[in-house]
Design a protein around this ligand. Structure first.
Ligand SMILES: Nc1nc(=O)c2c([nH]1)NC[C@@H]1CN(c3ccc(C(=O)N[C@@H](CCC(=O)O)C(=O)O)cc3)CN21
Ligand SMILES: CC(C)C(=O)C(=O)O
Ligand SMILES: [Mg+2]
Length: 271
């Protein structure tokens, strides 16, 4: 039962149910109202307001600079578009790695000011207390392990993660911990497919992969990568379903030509 609004279709329970029934979970990013409307109507299960907005929306090299206020602006915009999908929002770098009570404050702000349904935090044991407090406050949490872009300076690059036995063991342990803490899902980014399958098989909560092979319970991509709008890099885990940059370029060039030739606007396009 819900007041005012139609009941949302995709919930934490339905995401957990999807793992049980073997239906794969589709996740895409969105940062604005217009794109989110299209993705929601197309039927994507989860819309993630990723801190990749720092790259895709703002042109930064890393995800580190985006602020909590900026994430809230993007998330509130996306939230206004959503009718069916579950809305997950990344907590940005610096908002949850220190005092767990500061993390809780940041989490509560996002929930109050955006209409998010859940939050995503990067890390395992290091952020255990923050995750505990946030989950205890009634906020569903999605974990994120493997390549964690907010820790890029620890590694110095976006290479494959968890290739050694020690790193693989830590990832397994962290995934189990996230499950025990009550996370409802966990993103596995850029790790060997074999390890991702192992983690997925041993976990009751769903895994969402990006560059983690086909055995995970779902897949996530940055929507601009899928549409062919990101010209900066194309890791092999990205499938470009469209060359939208080319369509935009030809439309814009046609517009420019029409303006120059005084063919826009025509008689029916003026008052
Ligand atoms: N547009 C976009 N797509 C993403 O998937 C994404 C973002 N932005 N921003 C945040 C993080 C960063 N991510 C990344 C970034 C680069 C690679 C990557 O594989 N880059 C190189 C290889 C780098 C290396 O081996 O050191 C490539 O092959 O292009 C992977 C994930 C994933 N996330
Ligand atoms: C790539 C996904 C998992 C993400 O965290 C983001 O878009 O910020
Ligand atoms: Mg992110």
């Amino acid at each position: 039962m819900s007041i005012h609004k139609e009941v949302r279709k995709v919930t934490v329970n339905s995401i957990l149910e999807m793992k049980a029934t073997g239906e794969k979970i589709s996740v895409l990013t969105a940062y604005d109202y217009t794109m989110a409307s299209i993705l929601d109507a197309a039927g994507v299960d989860i819309i993630l307001v990723g801190d990749s907005a720092a790259n895709v929306m703002a042109g930064y090299d890393t995800t580190l600079p985006i602020t909590l206020d900026q994430m809230i602006y993007h998330a509130a915009s996306v939230s206004r578009a959503i009718k069916r999908a579950m809305l997950v929002v990344d907590l940005p770098f610096g908002s949850y790695q220190g005092d767990p009570y500061d993390a809780l404050k940041a989490a509560v702000r996002v929930m109050k000011e955006t209409g998010a349904h859940a939050l995503k935090l990067e890390g395992g044991i290091e952020i255990k207390e923050a995750i505990k407090l946030i989950i205890n406050a009634g906020i569903p949490v999605m974990g994120h392990l493997g390549l964690m872009p907010q820790s890029i300076n620890t590694y110095g690059g976006y290479g494959l993660r968890a290739t050694g036995v020690h790193e693989a063991h830590k990832l397994n342990t962290d995934a189990q911990l996230l499950h025990e803490l009550g996370c409802f899902a966990v993103v596995l980014e850029k790790i060997p497919a074999k390890l991702a399958k192992e983690v997925t098989d041993h976990l009751r909560i769903p895994t969402i992969g990006i560059g983690a092979g086909s055995a995970t319970d779902g897949q996530v991509l940055v929507v601009h990568d899928l549409l062919g709008l990101n010209k900066h890099f194309k890791p092999k885990f990205v499938r470009q379903y469209l060359q939208l940059d080319q369509l935009i370029t030809s439309a814009v060039q046609q517009y420019i030509a029409d303006v120059k030739a005084v063919e826009f606007p025509n008689d029916s396009e003026q008052y």
